[in-house]
Design a binder for this molecule. Structure first.
Ligand SMILES: [Zn+2]
Length: 185
């Protein structure tokens, strides 16, 4: 599946707008919870809704069965997160859910895992939310600034930006920033 024309550029533009709004320096990690709050979304730790053991049961049935989900209750969005993920991974999950909210996706399809219903979107919208969330966590100019400070591997960027190594690698690979940084040295 491919993203709509102009999607990536728009996501980069928005990501920088958000950083400006939050008053972040060029390489400060984004406070994704604060950004979500700005868009009226509230975090709900999953274990406040159902026992942690229930998440563990789901996980044993299907690895990664539940990461996060957005529920709209009386016009307000609640992002429910899994207690089983690392903080870095949770930030990715929140950024993805926030992507759905900002892009105004219809959270309509219901998926069930072991009788527990989860809302999800159309596959193209899932891809968009992932791409948008990843861009918000690690916009291109932030990656470039990081590389110029010597944070030039997924591992170094992951630690400094409080994201998963997978996320850092994904953004390094899809933005081509390493090559750009080399050219401009
Ligand atoms: Zn989604």
């Amino acid at each position: 599946m491919t993203l709509p024309r102009g999607f990536k550029a728009n996501a980069e533009r928005k990501a920088l707008e958000f950083r400006t709004g939050l008053g972040l320096s060029s390489t400060a990690p984004i406070d994704i919870v604060a950004l979500a709050a700005h868009f009226g979304a509230e975090m709900v730790p999953g274990e406040e809704l159902i026992p942690r053991s229930r998440f563990e049961d789901l996980e044993s049935l299907q690895v990664g069965a539940f990461s996060a989900a957005t529920f709209e209750v009386e016009g307000k969005n609640y992002i429910v997160t899994s207690p089983l993920t690392s903080e870095a991974r949770r930030r990715s999950d929140i950024a993805h859910e926030l992507g759905h909210i900002i892009l105004q996706h219809e959270l309509s399809e219901i998926r069930e895992v072991d009788g527990v219903p989860f809302r999800s979107c159309r596959p193209d919208q899932e891809e968009q939310a992932t791409a948008f969330g990843a861009t918000v966590l690690l916009p291109r100019p932030v990656l470039l600034a990081m590389i110029r400070k010597g944070f030039n591997t997924p591992e170094k960027i992951a630690i400094a930006q409080n994201v998963s190594v997978d996320m850092a690698r994904f953004r390094l690979n899809t933005t081509g920033v390493l090559k750009q940084a080399q050219r401009s040295l």
